[in-house]
Design a protein around this ligand. Structure first.
Ligand code: COA
Ligand code: ZN
Length: 309
């Protein structure tokens, strides 16, 4: 019943950024560094380490410089950071990051509340960063938030989104992520958008970033695979969420995603044992349980003793 046939997929861990940005309790810098170092040995293609945002907007990640400069880098992993503006890109460049993950929202309302800029102001900041970094060693990824719906506006204008993708692609970016910020994406919608994006931007590395707010993240992953998408953001323990998107909750859970893809015969490169043991540490770091079903249930291969009355 395996249909992945060993196809290589790329899993990008976002718990240190998307996960930790949404935690009420501040996670100590040394603990963040220890977690990233541990994740560096788990086989991820990319790890989003932190964000270079305003410490007033995202106090949980106010130690970005220290975390980024003290982690032990594995040359096989791309270390990326979220950046909202030129100031953030300058801070990231000073830490010699491998990639800046430039973020803006497809929804004007969400962009204004999350970035305190209009979409056009964000676009011009991000374009300036792309110009700044052109020809250098730092990769650029553009992440578009609320790509499948906005919790304030509802449906987004798909024509506007594809036009925005065109405008970034024209500037020569190599990779782009479509983010389902609050779990509004559903499979037929994802299938349609992913198929069109794949056809229109053949040369771009495309990532899908799903949140499991309404339980559809794995279903959305499956239809993305059918549309030819091979890169997925995921968060250890299913942590995550944007503090400026009402009702936001965790990303697709890395343990659940890798468990499913392993069973289907895909090659994720990620060590299931590695992420299970790393994920088991999270409740101790964040002070509460995680939504991971796999941490609760164990792997499908787990065998139980016979129960009797
Ligand atoms: N890093 C650190 N400080 C920054 C900064 C950055 N990237 N950008 C701006 N600042 C500082 C300025 O230096 C200024 O400091 P001062 O008050 O000491 O002079 C202050 O913040 C205000 O600057 P301004 O340009 O007016 O920014 P803002 O307050 O309008 O905030 C953003 C704009 C984009 C920086 C902020 O909204 C933000 O960080 N948003 C990110 C939200 C996020 O990460 N959401 C979750 C992920 S989707
Ligand atoms: Zn997210």
């Amino acid at each position: 019943m395996q249909n992945g046939s060993g196809k290589r997929l790329y899993i990008q861990e976002v718990a240190p950024r998307d996960g930790f940005q949404n935690e009420k309790q501040f996670i100590e810098t040394d603990e963040k560094i220890a977690l990233v170092d541990r994740l560096s040995g788990c086989g991820y293609a990319k790890i989003e380490v932190t964000s270079f945002t305003s410490p007033k907007a995202i106090p949980a990640l106010r130690d970005a410089e220290e975390v980024m400069s003290r982690i032990r880098r594995n040359p096989a992993v791309i270390y990326t950071v979220l950046v909202p503006n030129v100031r953030g890109a300058e801070r990231a460049a000073a830490c010699d990051v491998d990639e800046v993950n430039l973020v803006m929202s497809v929804s004007e309302t969400h962009n204004r509340s999350n970035m305190r800029m209009t979409r056009e102001q964000s676009f011009s900041q991000l374009s300036e960063i792309i110009r700044m970094l052109r020809g250098g060693r730092t990769r650029v990824n553009v992440s578009l938030s609320t790509a499948f719906g906005c919790p304030m506006e509802g449906d987004i204008d798909e024509a506007f989104m594809f036009d925005l993708m065109d405008r970034f692609a024209e500037q020569g970016i190599a990779s782009l992520t479509l983010c389902d910020t609050t779990g509004m994406a559903y499979p037929s919608q994802v299938s349609s958008i992913a198929t069109r994006a794949r056809q229109r931007f053949g040369g771009l590395e495309l990532t899908m970033h799903f949140h499991n707010t309404r339980g559809m993240a794995l279903a959305n992953t499956l239809v993305s695979l059918e549309a030819g998408i091979d890169r997925f953001d995921a968060s250890l323990g299913g942590l995550g969420g944007c503090p400026y998107a009402p009702g936001a909750s965790g990303n697709v859970c890395t343990e659940e995603l890798v468990h499913m893809l392993d069973l289907m015969g895909y090659d994720t490169g990620v060590s299931m044992e590695g992420i299970l043991s790393a994920g088991a540490l999270l409740p101790g770091l964040i002070g509460h349980d995680t939504p991971s079903q796999i941490q609760k249930a164990g792997l499908r291969s787990k065998r139980h003793p016979v129960l009797s009355f």
